[in-house]
Structures are given as C-alpha cells and as structure tokens.
Design a protein around this ligand. Structure first.
Ligand SMILES: Cc1cc2nc3c(=O)[nH]c(=O)nc-3n(C[C@H](O)[C@H](O)[C@H](O)COP(=O)(O)OP(=O)(O)OC[C@H]3O[C@@H](n4cnc5c(N)ncnc54)[C@H](O)[C@@H]3O)c2cc1C
Length: 506
C-alpha cells in the first residue's frame, strides 16, 4: 500500500490550493481525508510529527510511556491541566489522540446513533470500514485481563458477554487498535485506503486561523483557506494554503476542522468565531458572534483505584475488559501503566461516569495557537454526578475485593479490608477525581455546527471530530470518532455528487 506524500516543509505547501483542507491528522481527520481523497485533492495539516518509527507510540510494551515524556510544546502527548487542577493529555502527532490512547475499541449503542440522527446501516458500514483495516479482536487474555474481567462479574456487572464490539449491558471483552503481535494501528494507517496520490500530508505545521472572504450584499463569510506557522515556534512567519476554485458543478470544497475537542474550538476562536466579549479580550477581530464556541465542554469523571506495583506480568497493558453497569451509566476498566522509564509499573481499576451533568467551557489563554487553551470541566459539580461517583467507586471497591484479584495479587489483602462507607467513598470521589480522557464538546452539534457538521453563520467551514459530541459515545469514543470521519466523508462526497447533478456546468 502506498502512503500519501508527507512533508514538514511548509514552503512546499505554501500558496497551493486543494479541493479540501482537513486541519488535524487525528482520529477523525485521517479517515475523513482518506474518504475525501477518493474523488478530490486533500491537504491534511497536522501540528505534530510522524508516528512511524516511534516505538513509544507503535509498541504495546511501551504503552503509557509517551505520558512520561510529555510537555506542553513538543511531545507527542501534549500535557494540559484543566482549571479544575486535573492533569490531562491530548495527542500531538499524526494519528492524534488515538496514537497515544489505550486502544480500547467499542461501537456506540443503537440509541446513541438514533439520538444523533445518523443512518444505522451507513454507520455500521463506516464502523466496518475502519475495523477491517485497523482493529483487532484479541486472541488471548493475559492473567491481568482475565482477572479484571472476572472481578467485574464478581462485583455484579452481569451478564458476562465475552468478546463484543457492541455497547451492551454487563462485562465484555472489547476490540483494540493493538494487534495480537502488540503493534498499535493508527488512524493514519487509513490514509492509503483512499487515493493516496491525492493527499498531501503537511506535518509539524500549526493552523492558527481559517481565511475568509466576505462577499455580496448580505456580507456572506466564506472560508477560502487556512493560515499556519511552523510548530517548532522557530519563527513568527505565517503561510497560507487555499481551497481550489469551484469544480464544474459550481460548488466549492470546505475547510474542515478535525483538531479535537481542544483544537477545533481554539482555531474557531482564533479565527474570530466565538463569543464577542471573549474575542474582544484578546483583540481578535470579530468575524461571527457565535456564543456556543467553547461551550458544552465535558469530561467524564474518572476514579482510579490502585491494585499493586509491578504485578505478575509487569508489562504495560491497556484495558481489554469493560464493565457496563447501572443501566449504562457506569463504565469500569483496568490497566497496567509505567510510572517511570525504568520499567516500574502498577495495575489499577478505573471507572467512568458515562453521562455526567457537569459541564464546563473552553477559552483562550493566549493568541498563540501552540499553547493550550484554558479548559474547565467542573468535575462532580452536581449532586447527581457525585452520587453516581459513589456508586461507581463502590463497584470498583467490590471488584478489588474479588477472588479473581486475590488470586492475581497472590493474597487476600484486599478481601480482608472492610468496604469503605458511603461518606468515605464520597470523600474519595471529591479528592481523587481525575479524567478518563474522554473529554469532548466545544463545537457541539446544534450550537456550533448543524447536523451536517457545517459551522453556523459561515460557508465552507465544517467541524468533524470529538468536539461536536454532546456525550461520549459507547464505552470509549475512539471507535465512533473514527467512524464519524468515514461517515461524514461519504456524506460530503454524496452532497458534491448531488450538486453536480443539479447544477452541471460543463
Ligand atoms: C490518554 C488517552 C487515552 C484514551 N484512551 C482511549 C481508549 O482506550 N479508547 C477510546 O475509545 N478512546 C480513548 N481516548 C479518547 C480518544 O482517543 C479521543 O476521544 C479521540 O481520539 C479524539 O479524536 P479527535 O479526532 O476528536 O481528536 P484527536 O485524535 O486528538 O485529533 C486532533 C488532531 O488535531 C491536531 N491539531 C490540533 N490543533 C491543531 C492545529 N492548530 N493545527 C494543526 N493540527 C492541530 C492534533 O495534533 C491531533 O493530531 C483516550 C484519550 C487519551 C488522551
């Protein structure tokens, strides 16, 4: 399979035009660019570098290592701390957050698909397109995955469903982006599935704004291209790339933001699209007063419970088992991660509240597109979220006291410990709440983009990624973000085809 042309030389792309420009070579951006390339030329701009050749990204045995070497400006895992004080990460590499994540893959429920208004069969086809290329069914369970799966069953998360791609009640084994040889498959591995000769991948370039043309008596604002800088911050020089003139149907392509839940709202704000007052504070000229930009930011609160240091098999392990409990409102998983580069690891349980009420917002910290924006999630700020957290922590504490974990740890240490009281669990929730890394929102459907993912009030600009979600789909969102890139890519191709049928200008 041929891979598209990749370059980090901004001069090579500067001044050129493409049918579509996708900003962000991440989980949604890669399948989207691949799909659009079936018919059109595509520029895919990624602020990070190439993942290929990097063992920390590609090899399961180094799972978790990118977090040990993270910083704000250069590493593949970019660290950020929300104003709540919770440390977090986002991907900054071709492949996006799916290049550094836990690899757990599970589809969204039929209810989710219905609620969002997508077509069931097309969704299934798009999932399958992704799965047949980069997703694996685990062919064995390690002692740790076995122990955790059965500990969830012992905690009452029933039935035991074995392997499943679906989001179903009970305990299941999920699919994964790591293959059975321990190699991670990336969203970027999907790029050859389109027409690679029509894709140009520009790496190490950070987009700082969308370029607009204002036309006509109605002052239409139409996206015509992007402006970008070198990601290494070595100069202030800016470069531009543009959308091609209309095809023979008279329709233009789009600039599509797939820069993730932090990146996409940040680029809109830097482009002058967002709440007017906030933009005034940074002296950003207003293009459109769109209040929803940066609103609806959510992170699923995560509580982690330590199991043991240097477990039996101390190599890092992503979660293979998931418990889907309390009428889908609680998800439990488990893993083994390194705590230092010398190979010390620890095992843990982690739970997520699937539908938190608490909601926050994203604002700019500065006009530097390389800097993290300011994000607030307001974890556990409602009584219901706190009550859910207590229930979830109770489940994790039960799993910790299971026979399966006793035999994995080799002692009854936890089984002999009394269960914490509700007050103690509440305190634990308040003092240790962290992230499950499934943050989303900032450009949600209905407030920033319409159901075709077009940004309200302007033309030629869409957002397609996790920033558009009102809730985190399935057990874990990666599957649905990948699917969304394919699904919406096909929709755009179809729209273009319909337009040329209605208005042929040959
Ligand atoms: C540590 C961690 C573990 C996780 N574990 C799992 C898991 O096991 N299973 C699961 O389903 N989900 C998991 N997730 C969540 C999942 O990975 C994300 O929800 C999903 O990858 C988000 O996809 P996205 O396309 O919205 O954004 P991303 O994949 O983050 O893509 C955004 C891309 O845009 C680029 N970008 C941003 N700004 C700019 C700019 N200005 N110019 C150019 N490029 C830009 C970024 O570098 C990035 O490559 C995890 C997430 C993290 C962080």
């Amino acid at each position: 399979q041929t891979f598209p042309y990749m370059t980090s030389n901004v001069e090579e792309v500067s001044g050129r035009s493409f049918d579509y420009i996708v900003v962000g070579g991440g989980t949604a951006g890669c399948p989207l660019a691949a799909t659009l390339s079936e018919k059109f030329s595509v520029l895919l701009v990624e602020r990070g570098g190439s993942p290929y050749g990097d063992p920390f990204i590609l090899e399961l045995k180094y799972y978790g290592y990118p977090f040990l070497v993270s910083d704000e400006y250069t590493s593949a895992a970019q660290s950020f701390v929300s104003t709540d004080g919770v440390p977090n990460f986002r991907g900054r590499v071709l492949g996006g957050s799916a290049a550094i994540n836990g690899g757990f893959y599970g589809r969204a429920s039929k209810d989710f698909v219905k609620k969002v208004g997508w077509d069931n069969e097309e969704v299934r086809d798009a999932y399958e397109w992704v799965e047949s290329r980069i997703i694996t069914k685990p062919d064995h369970l390690t002692p740790w995955s076995n122990a955790t799966a059965y500990s969830f069953v012992e905690a009452g998360i029933l039935p035991y469903n074995g392997f499943s791609l679906e989001h179903i009640r009970g305990t299941k084994i999920g699919a994964t982006s790591f293959d059975n040889q321990g190699r991670r498959h990336l969203p970027a591995d999907l790029l050859p599935a389109g027409n690679p000769s029509k894709i140009t991948v520009l790496l190490n370039a950070t987009v700082d704004k969308v370029i607009f043309q204002r036309t006509g008596t109605r002052d239409e604002k139409i996206a015509r291209g992007i402006r970008f800088i070198k990601s290494d911050g070595s100069s202030n020089q800016t470069y531009e790339a543009y959308l091609n003139q209309p095809d023979n149907s008279g329709s233009w392509g789009d600039v599509i933001l797939s820069a993730g839940a932090l990146g996409s709202p940040q680029i809109l704000l830097l482009s002058g699209i967002g709440p007017q007052e906030h933009l005034n504070n940074f002296e950003i000229p207003l293009l459109l007063n769109l209040k929803g930009v940066g609103e609806g930011m959510q992170d699923n609160p995560g509580i982690a419970i330590f199991v043991n240091y240097n477990p039996q098999n101390p190599t890092p392990e992503h979660s293979k088992a998931a418990g889907i409990a309390d009428d889908f409102k609680i998800i439990t998983e488990a893993g083994i991660v390194p705590i230092s580069l010398n190979g010390t690891t620890f095992s843990y349980f982690i739970g997520k509240i699937a539908f938190p009420e608490s909601v926050g917002k994203l604002e700019l910290n500065s006009t530097d597109p390389r800097a993290n924006p300011s994000v607030t999630f307001n974890y556990l700020s409602t009584e219901r979220d706190l009550a859910e957290c207590v229930k979830m922590t109770q489940l994790l504490e039960l799993a910790l006291r299971s026979k399966s974990i006793a035999s994995f740890v080799g002692s009854n240490e936890y089984q002999n410990k009394p269960m914490p009281t509700e007050d103690e669990l509440q305190e634990l929730c308040k003092t240790t709440v962290g992230t499950f890394y499934h943050y989303h929102g900032g450009c949600t459907v209905g407030s920033v983009v319409d159901k075709n993912y077009r940004v309200y009030g302007v033309k030629g600009l869409r957002v397609i990624d996790g920033s558009t979600f009102l809730e985190s789909p399935g057990t874990n969102p990666m599957a649905t973000v990948l699917m969304l890139g394919r699904y919406q890519g096909l929709k755009i191709l179809q729209e273009r085809k319909d337009a040329s049928f209605i208005n042929p200008r040959t």
